[in-house]
Design a protein around this ligand. Structure first.
Ligand SMILES: [Zn+2]
Length: 69
């Protein structure tokens, strides 16, 4: 395996890392349930998009079942 001859300077590392960042999604308030949701996406809590119901929201009951045990 190739071994680097010299240590990469902090400045060079820093310049490269300045392009590596996580994009924060644009969050907007849902017009139907007023929960925070990603813009241009179907609302995860009510399933509405532009006033229409686009998908059925499945209520997670997995945790409840686990508590009952
Ligand atoms: Zn909603």
């Amino acid at each position: 395996m190739g071994v680097p001859k010299k240590k990469t300077t902090i400045t060079k590392r820093g310049f490269r890392q300045s392009h590596q960042k996580v994009a924060v999604p644009a969050m907007v308030e849902c017009s139907h349930c007023h929960a925070l949701m990603q813009s241009h996406h179907v609302c995860p809590s009510c399933g509405y998009y532009e006033g229409r119901k686009e998908k059925e929201v499945v209520v997670k009951e997995h945790k409840k079942k686990m508590k009952g045990r």
